[in-house]
Design a binder for this molecule. Structure first.
Ligand SMILES: Cc1ncc(COP(=O)(O)O)c(C=O)c1O
Length: 387
């Protein structure tokens, strides 16, 4: 797949796109986490073939789906899965809520690290559980790191669940082996049940490497439910197909019962697309990562040259950039950018209090669109400084 494939602009208006329909047409959307690239040809072909069949009754995952997931995990993430461990579900957000609901009688609180993807922030309270927020530490250069002391304190009350997000949305951190080992030690010490949202695991920039939390050691595998999906990797979020990996039979049984009762079936087209993605999408993914790496570089240089007051630490994974506007001392940076620059980014406050002065930018788009968005941000900043 060459660069031209990703440079190509695909008109998305008129497709009921959440990203493109939320704002008036003159606003450039760079908020929600889907990309503006067409999915790999293998996915499109499989979908066309399935649609041409014309009958869309209740569908279960093809027997080969688990095999391709096992092979994907073993070659890409060095984790050997058993077929029984895989539980299909309609999406990771419903999975997060099902996780909190399924175990709420045995636990009284859920620990989350902030800033974090909003549905992770809200799932505990939606299940009637107490939420404990542990903010990440921030280094002077803007890089986020784990606050292990605060994490340990939050576990000390006992009987708690923990939702880890790795690669982390919105900071773009991909946690290293020593960092994950330190978290695993704490989880072992305080007997914490973990939900590890790893939906961005395929979108990691070299030299960083995704390490599935549950793959660290047997005790971690037994206490962890891992969430993954082909949706971010191959841009098929509208097709609702995801899965959980649960080595422990007890956790699996409880979670599976919850999902089957409350979340319904994965749909026929999502299953078709997911299977085709893991079967045929490896080469496309490699090209995507090269393109996103170059976008990240472009973004970094642009911020350095043209947005001197904006803080930015390059993400290690995801196609999301977390931009620090605290130097501007304005109450709502996303609103300012929308009003003055006609560019829509995700307001940082949605990711919890530490995000108040930040915005999240989605750079999963053709370079030309990224350049346009950054010019709009620079224009907005100039107007703001002159006001
Ligand atoms: C960390 C994280 N989890 C889950 C999701 C969404 O998952 P799904 O579309 O499968 O519900 C996203 C989407 O941005 C995400 O960033």
């Amino acid at each position: 797949m060459d660069k031209a494939h990703f440079d190509q602009i695909t008109e998305r208006t008129g497709t009921a796109s959440l990203k493109w329909d939320r704002y008036p047409s003159e606003v450039l959307p760079m908020w929600i986490a889907d990309m503006d690239f067409p999915s790999p040809a293998g996915i499109q072909e499989a979908l066309i073939k399935r649609v041409e069949h014309g009958v869309f009754g209740y569908t279960h995952p093809d027997v080969s789906f688990k095999e391709v997931i096992i092979s994907w995990y073993s070659t890409r993430h060095g984790w050997q899965l058993e077929p029984d461990w895989i539980v299909f579900m309609t999406g990771v957000v419903s999975g997060l809520n099902n996780f909190c609901q399924a175990f709420r009688d045995s636990y009284h609180s859920v620990v989350v690290q902030t800033p974090v993807y909003p549905p992770i922030l809200h799932a505990p309270e939606a299940a009637g559980l107490q939420k404990m927020e542990v903010p990440f530490s921030r280094e002077p250069d803007g890089r986020y790191s784990l606050d292990l002391d605060a994490l340990e304190q939050s576990f000390q009350g006992g009987k708690c669940q923990f939702i880890l997000c790795n690669p982390q949305n919105p900071t773009g951190r991909v946690f290293s082996q020593p960092e994950l080992e330190a978290v695993a030690d704490l989880c072992d010490r305080y007997d914490v049940v973990v939900c590890s949202d790893e939906i961005h695991s395929d979108l990691v920039f070299a030299p960083h490497r995704h390490i599935p939390f549950a793959s660290l050691r047997p005790s971690t595998a037994q206490r962890t439910i891992t969430f993954a999906a082909p949706s971010k990797t191959f841009n098929i979020a509208g097709l609702s197909c995801a899965f959980a990996i649960i080595p422990d039979p007890g956790l699996r049984e409880t979670f599976k019962n919850q999902v089957e009762s409350f979340s319904g079936h994965t749909n026929a087209l999502g299953l078709t697309a997911g299977l085709a993605a893991y079967t045929t999408g490896g080469g496309w993914l490699q090209s995507l990562l090269e393109y996103l790496t170059a976008n990240r570089q472009y973004l970094q240089e642009y911020v350095r040259k043209n947005l001197p007051g904006v803080g930015f630490y390059p993400p290690e994974g995801t196609y999301l950039a977390w931009l620090d506007f605290s130097g501007f001392r304005i109450p709502d940076p996303a609103r300012m950018l929308l009003d003055r620059g006609r560019v829509a980014l995700s307001p940082g406050i949605e990711f919890g209090n530490p995000g108040r002065q930040f915005v999240r930018l989605n750079f999963g788009c053709p370079r030309q669109v990224l350049a346009n968005g950054l010019d709009r941000i620079a224009l907005a900043v100039t107007k703001e400084l002159l006001s």
